[in-house]
Structures are given as C-alpha cells and as structure tokens.
Ligand binder design. Structure first.
Ligand SMILES: [Zn+2]
Length: 414
C-alpha cells in the first residue's frame, strides 16, 4: 500500500501554487504526519490544464482506479479545491475513499480523515470553500460599478411595472421602460398603504388583482414593491436613507439636475448578502416623490420592528412524527423573534393534533446534539444562524417531532 499525492493546476492561469510547490508541500506534510518513508515512496498523480469543475481528469481517474484496486492507503492534496470545486463531487469522492478504507489528508488545511474531528471538519470546510468562490461575484460587481453610470439596466428580470427595452444604436445597452397597467397597480398599492398604513390591508384591498404569474399579491411581495427604490426619484434624501441601510450610492448630488428619475438596485439587499449592493440613478421616470416614499419607508420600518421575521434552523428535513407532514417554522405573533414549529398538516388542514414545538428550544437542542455528535470545536459551536443552517443541512438526514421527543438522524460522516 502506498500514499498518493494528487496535484492539479489549470494551465491558463498564472495564479495559485505551481505543481512543484503543491508536490513539495504534500511530501513534507506526509513526512510530518505519516513517515519519511511514506513521503518518499508516495505515488504522484498530476493533472495539469484541467479545471476542478469536472471529475473527468486523467490522473484523477487513474487515482480512483488505484484506490478501488486497494493499492492506496491515503491520499494527500495541497488544498481541498485541488480535488474538486463541487461539493457534490467532493462528497461522492470522500464516500468512495471511505468505502476503500483510504484516509484523506489536506496539506494546507490540517484535515486528517483518520481522526473523527477531521472527518466532520472536512465536510464543513468543503461547504465553506464553495462559499468562498462567491467572492468571485464581488469581482463581477466591481465591473458593474463601472458600467452603471448611464442608468442602463444590467440584467435580470425587470421590477414589476417595467419592461426592458434595448436602446437604438449607437447605444449598446438596455434601459427600463414603464408598463402602464402594472404601474397603475403599484400606484394603487402606495395609495392603499397611505390610506390604511398596513400591508395586510393593502393585500386585502388588492385581493382580486393578479400579478405577472397570475397569482394574488402576497403581503411579502407588496412589501418588496413598497420598499423598492425603483419607484422613487434619486435625491440627496433618498441617498442618505439608502446609504444608512447599507447601500453604496452610485450617483452624485451634482448629477441630480433635470427630470426626476427612478433608481435601480444591483446586488442583494444588505440583510441578505455580504457584499454591498449598489443603487444608481436609472433613466426611467419616478412614480412617487421621494419625500412621500421616505415617509412610507419609515412607517414600514416601524411595523417591521414589532414583527421581525423569524425562521428556524431546522428545515426541509424536519417532519411530524405523527402524520409525516413537514414541520414548518412560524413566527409567534407579538413576541420578538420567537417562533414555533408546527405540523403543516395541522396548520393547513387541521388533519393532525401534534403539539407545537418551541422553536428557540428545538433549534438550540438540535444544534447542541449535532455539535456533540461531530465533536465540534468551540469555534464551530458559536457560528451564526446561517452557518448553523448550512451545517445542519449537511449533517442531518431527518428530524422528527412526535409531540414528545425530537429525534435527529445524522448522515454517516465516515
Ligand atoms: Zn402532523
């Protein structure tokens, strides 16, 4: 049995470690963590000029063949992304290694699947390396900043009330143009909100109206329309408000002369993403004046503070033990941040009598149990809600509540 060293490099890039330095790192890691003899006799597999997106790489396929023929005792690579850039491929590969009793080591990230903590960490880290690639999106955003100065639409579905129109030559770009019948409905929403001061009332008043998909407008959808700066004009006041919310402002006060134009947003809402979204001055006319719009924002924000949205960290894999329906997380009215898990069969159809489960308690207990099972380090125990959700998604095969006991079934990690 031999140790195997796997190196990969895409040929078209100057960035990243060379094949030679990957190999040297792996050898010295083997010498330190196994033995000098293992390091010296290790078999080397090198894929040069292949991306980590696909598994169809010659040396990778040769390595897999040798693993299946039980010639290999352990595989070492320089970084996780040398093996695969896809979490799904990576997971499948780890399962294959484990079936063939092959340990997997990573020279730069201190993982050793021969130890239980190493196995758990490996899965968590592979999720994180995928998240890391999302910083690529930031580079795309930088380009957007430079593109955005003329009020052009940078792609994606147009906001409700607008359609995308290509500008005639010589302008090589698209802008938003009003769709009058949709804008009339948006105008109606703003008018209703001013009248009733509550989004639920707006939804009731518009109950007969259908959206683009032919469905009724949900309160959530109405809220997103009322809060979208696309409908109000770029001004010093709206810029100040949006900047306080975490948006980058892509227009200057000097550029605000002339007709009142609506704004465009690129990137995710500040609450939903790490990177800063950008707001620019569009080329479409504004529907509602900025002072009125700002007043409405203030009112919606106050309402929201009383009923912050809550969501449990137990998701798609959580079922009612009595009837088999999905358990869903529902915010408790009037109590800040509190939520319950409720059987969907009970909530929707009254077809089940399973007792509700206190959301905060269930979340804490499930997290604790998973941490214990994975033998998690302190650092992992204290990660935030979205991190917990990612780890649970990965580790929990099924959660079940029967009114008395919360049962968690974890995926086998080894
Ligand atoms: Zn049920």
């Amino acid at each position: 049995m031999y140790a195997a060293i796997y190196c990969r490099k895409s040929v078209d890039t100057q960035r990243g470690a060379s094949m030679e330095s990957q190999l040297a790192h792996c050898r010295s890691y083997l010498a330190a963590h196994r033995s000098a003899e293992t390091a010296k006799t290790a078999w080397v597999y090198q894929d040069e000029g292949f991306s980590g997106a696909a598994m169809a790489r010659p040396a990778m396929q040769r390595l897999l063949g040798d693993v299946r023929s039980h010639l290999i005792s352990c595989v070492v690579c320089y970084r996780l992304d040398r093996i695969s850039r896809s979490v799904a491929d990576f997971t499948a590969l780890m399962e294959e290694f484990s079936r063939c009793h092959v340990d997997f080591l990573c020279a730069s990230e201190e993982f050793d699947t021969a130890k239980p903590m190493g196995r758990a960490m490996l899965y968590i880290a592979s999720v994180f390396s995928q998240l890391e690639r999302e910083t690529l999106a930031e580079r795309v955003r930088d380009n957007m900043y430079t593109l955005a100065e003329s009020g052009r639409w940078l792609g994606g579905p147009p906001p409700y009330g607008y359609r995308i129109v290509r500008k005639p030559p010589p302008h090589p770009y698209s802008v938003l143009a009003p769709v009058d019948e949709e804008l009339r409905i948006v105008w109606e929403m703003f008018a209703c909100y001013r009248k009733y001061g509550a989004i639920a009332e707006v939804a009731d008043a518009l109950a007969g109206v259908r959206n683009r998909q032919g469905n009724a407008f949900t309160p959530r959808y109405i809220r997103s329309i009322l809060r979208n700066p696309v409908y109000t004009n770029a001004s010093a006041d709206t810029a100040a408000y949006l900047s306080e919310l975490g948006y980058a402002i892509g227009f200057s006060e000097e550029s605000l002369s002339g007709p009142k134009r609506g704004m465009l947003i690129f990137g995710k809402h500040p609450n939903h993403g790490e990177a800063m979204p950008l707001v620019i001055r569009g080329s479409h006319p504004a529907l509602i004046a900025d002072d009125e719009w700002l007043e409405i924002q203030q009112s919606i924000r106050i309402q929201k503070r009383c009923h912050p949205p809550t969501a449990g960290i137990l998701r798609q894999f959580f079922f009612c033990g009595k009837c088999g329906s999905m358990m869903v997380s529902k915010p408790r009215s009037g109590r800040n941040g509190a939520h319950d898990y409720i059987c969907k069969g009970k909530m929707r159809y009254g077809s089940c009598d399973c007792e509700n489960l206190n959301g905060a308690e269930a979340d804490a207990r499930a997290w604790e149990a998973v941490c214990d099972a994975l033998d998690c380090a302190e650092k992992i125990r204290t990660i935030d809600r979205s991190g917990r959700q990612a780890v649970l998604q990965l580790c929990v095969a099924r959660a079940e509540w029967d009114g008395q006991i919360l049962r968690l079934t974890l995926h086998r990690l080894s």
